[in-house]
Ligand binder design. Structure first.
Ligand code: NAD
Length: 368
């Protein structure tokens, strides 16, 4: 069930194609700051409730990053692993053409789970407008998420938080949950800055090596064998054990609800940076705050992807994108940390207060 409150959602468009047997939904959560920006998720299980929660997260994320976008998200209920490339193309074309009524004036699409740069190319061409979506391949003037903007932002969020804690990155140990787009780049940049990455997980397992893992070697193992568990000379455990690793920092970069309320006493980290979306509930974040574990919330830490989308939208290049991701993430993390300290509230509450204020200043229909 979609929940409505004083911020939205403003519009919901439900789509159905009987011939393809496919349903889709677009949720425009709050458009006070500009056209709704948020990716298309293609999974068998995606539903209106999930899309609306993600659309709301985009409202806050865009407001915090001071981008001229509202919050939106869309979903197509299909298991992309069970269909052919041609079938996927047909579905993406149908979805794009059906949403022409709101694109790009009210919605700018982008990739999310199981939607990559080649899908964005099909989407943009079917729509007939290159501004219909971001995350397109470079030859179409795009800045694909594959450039690593989100992991780069997560890295800067970590550096800023460490500075706030008075810690030297070169003396820290790090565990990274997930070795996909976000996890790989977070590893690359953090190890490049001198941090020791002692543990990494993927869907098949978790590996630990006290002396530190080597980035190039691990990437080769992941590419060659499909999993980090085939890395030599290290301890191996179930992926869920990543939260029990003895390290200073945890970077989350895979599944939702990784840390549950009954896991709190197992954690030894000083700092958790949420590269993934909703790795724990807001209540759990508040308990961690009381325990003195610093959490940098997803709506700030993983905004690199949407900042990159904005740079593509205004037609600027990769160099400008990396500069803007660094500037915005550093400034916002610092701001939230100072506010949280000043007002003695957890970082999520501090971030939400800023986001809500920015939306309310421009919103003509909100009621809170
Ligand atoms: P991805 O598909 O590239 O990688 C996901 C990784 O998680 C893979 O290595 C996979 O093996 C691993 N994984 C799956 N189940 C796991 C488990 N149980 N334990 C440990 N690892 C597991 O995805 P991604 O783009 O890196 O996204 C990761 C998270 O970051 C998601 O929550 C996503 O919504 C969020 N995010 C991504 C971006 C982006 O630009 N890619 C932007 C913002 C937020």
């Amino acid at each position: 069930m979609v929940e409505f409150d004083g911020f939205g959602p403003e519009k919901i468009i439900k789509l159905y194609n009987p011939k393809l047997g496919v349903k889709g939904v677009l949720i425009l959560d709050n458009l006070s700051l500009g056209p709704g920006k948020g990716g298309i998720r293609m999974t068998e299980t995606v539903n209106e409730e999930e899309v609306s929660r993600l659309a709301r997260a985009m409202t806050w994320k865009n407001a915090l990053a001071e981008l001229p976008f509202g919050g939106a998200k869309s979903g197509i209920s299909v298991d992309s692993k069970k269909i052919s490339r041609e079938e996927k193309d047909e579905i993406v074309k149908w979805f794009s053409k059906s949403l022409k009524i709101v694109i790009p004036s009210l919605y700018v699409a982008g990739p999310d789970m199981y939607m990559a740069e080649e899908d964005m190319e099909i989407f943009a061409k079917a729509n007939g407008d290159m501004k219909s979506c971001t995350g397109k391949p470079k030859h179409l003037g795009g800045l694909p998420h594959e450039l690593g903007s989100t992991g780069f932002g997560v890295y800067h969020a970590t550096l800023t938080a460490l500075k706030f804690l008075g810690e030297d990155v070169r003396k820290t140990t790090v565990a990274i949950e997930g070795f996909g787009n976000v996890g790989i780049f977070a590893f690359k940049f953090l190890s490049g800055a001198g941090a020791r990455i002692v543990s990494v997980s993927d869907s098949r397992g978790m590996i630990y090596k006290k002396e530190g893992l080597n980035f190039n070697e691990l990437e080769k193992v992941k590419q060659g064998t499909g999993s980090v568990v085939n890395y030599k000379n290290c301890e191996k455990k179930d992926p869920s054990k990543i939260i029990e690793v003895d390290a200073d920092i945890l970077i989350t970069a895979a599944i939702p609800d990784l840390i549950k309320s009954n896991d709190i006493n197992k954690l030894k980290f000083k700092l958790i940076v949420e590269g993934s979306n909703i790795p724990m509930s807001e209540e759990t974040e508040r308990v961690l705050y009381k325990k003195g574990i610093l959490v940098i919330p997803d709506i700030i830490a993983n905004a690199g992807g949407v900042i990159s989308s904005y740079v593509e939208y205004i037609g600027k290049d990769e160099k400008y994108m990396f500069k803007l991701v660094e500037e915005k993430i550093t400034k916002n993390v610092k701001h939230i940390l100072e506010l949280s300290k000043e007002e003695k509230t957890d970082t999520r509450d501090a971030a939400l207060r800023i986001a809500k204020k920015r939306v309310l200043e421009k919103c003509k229909t909100c009621k809170v």
